[in-house]
Design a protein around this ligand. Structure first.
Ligand code: ARG
Ligand code: ZN
Ligand code: CA
Length: 315
């Protein structure tokens, strides 16, 4: 079906290109007006090489397909967000205001518009990033359930367990808001996993900045951290003692940091660097984290280019 449609578009394109070619040859002959020669040059090239039209038709097909799925605002990737709310108690059926407060935090944190961005120490001012990815609330889906907690085995994403299957996961970021339990604030699926479970789960007590959100996790940073994972970021300590997060501009950390560490906090890893405890990919309280690095930005951006694992969201 898709193939038939594509070849129909290709044929149409070929036809219109040939039409253009004749027209352009005629006006070029007249040579009265000044203008841009690109179209004339193209016509000559197409005459000399019939395969050029085929390649241009492929480019056009991809352009059309990308334009129909990718959302770009001012040249930046915009991610539509589907929020799946699973509730048993009325408190768990969180308000739209609480959901929107989370979208607002994501937009601030991923665009260097968070009010604490200027608290980044001078030592890291050269690497603090404006990631430049925005988020828009696409829809909220609510479902009443009998479960008291959902755990971390993706049951909230499956209708057979009383959960909600993701909506358009290859073009929309799905969030599942429910009680997870076991002290877990949230968890994400990394790029490369099944689209049927793709997205981020966040406990409703740690979502957004209002409603049921509880201190010290009431600034929406759990979602910022988890969306970081969803965009392929590792924990800053590399999930090992002095481990690697595969990002060169973040210092090596001994391990996870909690609470709000006093600055400077020195690593005892090789070179004893000052740790970037205020990075979203550490484990501090919400008010202790307020930056991504340029290296992290590059990792995230790599997902959205053509051929990237989340290219269906981007350019
Ligand atoms: N996956 C982490 C956890 O569940 C999230 C940590 C987020 N940190 C935060 N301050 N919100 O523990
Ligand atoms: Zn994490
Ligand atoms: Ca690093």
């Amino acid at each position: 079906m898709k193939k038939i449609l594509l070849s129909a578009v290709a044929l149409l394109m070929l036809f219109s290109c040939q039409n253009e070619t004749t027209e352009i040859t005629q006006s070029a002959d007249a040579v009265t007006k000044r203008g841009c020669a690109s179209q004339e040059v193209l016509a000559a090239q197409m005459k000399a090489d019939p395969t050029l039209a085929l390649r241009m038709n492929e480019i056009e097909a991809l352009t059309q397909k990308t334009m129909s799925t990718a959302r770009l605002v001012n040249g930046k990737v915009q991610i539509p967000v589907v929020v799946n709310v699973l509730y048993r108690t009325t408190a768990e059926n969180i308000s739209l205001a609480q959901i929107q407060s989370q979208i607002d935090v994501l937009n601030k944190d991923f665009n260097a518009a968070n009010s604490d961005f200027n608290s980044v120490p001078a030592l890291f001012s050269g690497v603090k990033a404006n990631v430049g990815i925005s988020f828009v609330l696409d829809q909220v889906i609510r479902k009443s359930t009998t479960k008291t907690s959902w755990g971390t085995t993706d049951t909230m994403k499956k209708t057979t367990y009383g959960g909600l299957a993701p909506t358009s996961p290859t073009t929309k970021l799905n969030l599942w808001i429910c009680t997870i339990g076991g002290g877990i604030l949230g968890y994400a699926q990394f790029p490369g996993g099944s689209s049927s479970t793709d997205g981020v789960a966040i406990d409703s007590k740690y979502l957004g900045t209002t409603g049921t959100a509880i201190y010290p996790y009431n600034l929406g940073r759990t979602a910022t951290h988890e969306v970081g994972h969803w965009m392929n970021l590792r924990h800053i300590w590399g999930d090992a003692t002095c481990g690697s997060d595969l990002v060169s501009d973040t210092p090596t950390h001994n391990t996870a940091n909690y609470g709000v560490p006093a600055y400077p906090h020195y690593s005892t890893c090789s070179g004893t660097p000052v740790e970037m405890t205020m990075n979203y990919m550490d484990y501090t309280d919400d008010r202790g984290m307020y930056m991504f690095s340029n290296g992290q930005k590059s990792r995230m951006a790599a997902l959205f280019v053509s051929g990237g694992s989340r290219a269906s969201f981007g350019i």
